[in-house]
Design a protein around this ligand. Sequence first.
Ligand SMILES: *Cc1c(COP(=O)(O)O)cnc(C)c1O
Length: 201
Amino acid sequence: VAVTKTVDPARITEAYRCGLRHFGENRIQEFAEKRPRLVLPSATWHMVGHLQSNKAKRAAEWFDWVQSVDSLRLAQRLDLAAAEAGKRLPVLIQVHLGGEESKFGVEEQELLPLVEGVAALAHLELRGLMALPPYFGDPEQVRPFFRRLRELAETVARQQIPGVVLRELSIGMSHDFEVAIEEGATIVRLGTALFGPRPQL
Ligand SMILES: *Cc1c(COP(=O)(O)O)cnc(C)c1O
């Protein structure tokens, strides 16, 4: 997934012409501004950033995937909005693996109940897990976090919850995606590696 936050529509279009088809944004407001200038017929859009429940409606309408589901309340809002939009929305549950206060995601011990809750929602399609581990200069230090997410997915699989197959692991960004792939990533989310450094906000 090409993460296009801060990238302008002209450059996103250029990336599309180069063959990229999956794109990710992390803020509804920014996407609202760029969307009218993005006419990319076979693009798949992923919401990868934290979503407040009150933005769930637009997220369900505009995005093809939501990778950042981290509460039942948000999942229920997305389900309702997807129903209204007449679609089934593929989602990932974001898990909080690091010890950092500022990062979002469901805590490990709350994952199973959330999986069960999301699986019961008719207009969401639970496809897997996503994580955004803490940043380390040395990508090897991120490996245990990636491994932990894979183990959590395996733990969920062992519960044999009807209809739940967590095929996707969305882990790995520009500086650590190779390690993430070694640990089982099926989706990597790349910004800097594709578009260069982002302006400091
Ligand atoms: C910005 C962002 C990325 C991409 O980060 P890079 O280090 O530039 O590859 C991936 N995932 C999420 C959730 C992001 O917000």
